[in-house]
Design a protein around this ligand. Structure first.
Ligand SMILES: NC(=O)c1ccc[n+]([C@@H]2O[C@H](COP(=O)([O-])OP(=O)(O)OC[C@H]3O[C@@H](n4cnc5c(N)ncnc54)[C@H](O)[C@@H]3O)[C@@H](O)[C@H]2O)c1
Length: 384
């Protein structure tokens, strides 16, 4: 298959690597020649390392790299069967690229966007054939993250959805089919991991390191919320939260935190700036978490209840199937378990009573339990 990639930034070059590794012929276009040079050099470096680690022979690496061509003209993508756009997150620019592409490629070419926050409906509305437009959302870094969300819009043809999903499955990725809704699965369902942790900190219940320890020690999460926000970058993570909050008509469940906003404004972005919630300098002294087991249990229960509620609510609103929501959270964020399987394990009653308590205490809509969670608890039902 001929795959065209628009944008040679971090996502575009990662997706090119995935497709070429799966045996596809890949052409990458970018308007910026220095981005092309950088992507080419970084792919060479990646494969040199993979050969060094004996993941590939030199011949295999050369074959894969030989299947990636960088081009400086969009017209050269005319023979593409699938195009994945991974350019700047701007609706007008994306629409203009999609319109140009339609003049170049054949009628059967699927045109996909890797957008994280724009609706597929809005991008495809600029096209003559919106039925061939779909969202194919990779996670960063694309070669390492297994999950890809497949997002048909209301105008996408079913055959296009099937073909897009089968293609990405054949690239050895885990695909989750999701409705064209803000944050898709992962960026929506994961919000409380950050938001509730920040809120617990803001209320003075515990410090960063204790909240992180609670999630890691009790829940088996690989990283605590504050470590993860530092890893993602407080600027990036804050913007995702704000976008989801705005897109959901200011639903208080997704309300961004002033604490994180101030960290972002102060340039305390996390690992990339050497300092965020934690100090990453060599002389830094690692803070110690509290030894209070009860406190940590309280923190863990509260964050997990919020996460489960979010996952259950996504099932309720038919954002995706229960299976795909759990796959997405395991492979898109590396959670130790699917949240719905976790709900089955502890019983829907547990998160429900925690949320009802929080709702009683604060009187805030933020803590309203999903009606499906109530139903599951009442019927003692399970998802799987
Ligand atoms: N970075 C992430 O974590 C991540 C994860 C998932 C999805 N995404 C989405 O992927 C897309 C790209 O993100 P990124 O982080 O790779 O960005 P990036 O800034 O690293 O790369 C974008 C590239 O697009 C090029 N570009 C801009 N306008 C163009 C045009 N009109 N035609 C061709 N090339 C153009 C730029 O020169 C740049 O090289 C965005 O839609 C983003 O929301 C990003």
């Amino acid at each position: 298959m001929n795959v065209g990639i628009i944008g040679a930034g971090s996502m575009g070059s990662g997706i090119a690597q995935v497709a070429a590794t799966a045996g596809e012929e890949v052409m990458v276009f970018d308007t910026n020649s220095s981005a092309i040079d950088k992507a080419g050099a970084s792919l060479n470096k990646v494969f040199a390392r993979l050969v060094e680690k004996n993941k590939y022979t030199q011949e295999e690496a050369d074959d894969i790299l030989g299947r990636i061509t960088f081009v400086d003209s969009l017209e050269l993508l005319e023979n593409s069967d699938l195009i994945i756009e991974a350019i700047i997150e701007n609706l007008d620019i994306k629409q203009s690229v999609f319109t140009q592409l339609e003049e170049i490629v054949s009628e059967d070419c699927i045109i996909a966007s890797n957008t994280s926050s724009l609706s597929i409906a809005s991008i495809s509305s600029a096209c003559k054939h919106p039925e061939r437009v779909i969202g194919i959302h990779f996670f960063n870094p694309a070669p390492l993250m297994k999950l890809v969300e497949i997002i048909p819009s209301i105008t996408t043809n079913e055959a296009v959805t099937k073909k897009a999903k089968a293609t990405i499955d054949s690239w050895k990725k885990v695909t989750a089919l999701v409705k064209d809704t803000p944050g898709f699965i992962v960026n929506r369902v994961a919000r409380p991991f950050y938001g509730e942790a920040l809120r617990i900190y803001e209320e003075g219940v515990a410090d960063f390191v204790t909240i992180d320890a609670a999630m890691k020690e009790i829940g088996g999460f690989r990283m605590g919320p504050f470590e993860l926000m530092d890893y993602i970058g407080n600027d990036v993570n804050y913007t995702v939260t704000e976008t989801v909050f705005t897109s959901f008509y200011f639903d208080p469940r997704y309300k961004p935190s002033f604490t994180q906003k101030r960290f972002a404004e102060a340039g305390l972005l996390g690992r990339k700036t050497g300092k965020g919630f934690y100090d990453y300098s060599e002389q830094a002294i690692s803070p110690k978490p509290s030894e209070d087991k009860e406190l940590k249990q309280l923190i863990f229960d509260r964050i997990l209840a919020m996460l489960i509620n979010e996952a259950v609510d996504a099932v309720f609103w038919q954002v995706a199937s229960a299976e795909d929501i759990d796959l997405a959270m395991r492979f898109g964020t590396n959670y130790p378990k699917g949240l719905l399987a976790w709900c089955d394990e502890i019983g829907a009653n547990k998160p429900l009573s925690i949320l009802e308590n929080l709702y009683q205490t604060y009187g805030e809509d933020r803590y309203r339990p999903s009606s499906l969670l109530r139903k599951m608890a009442k019927e003692n039902a399970s998802f799987f």
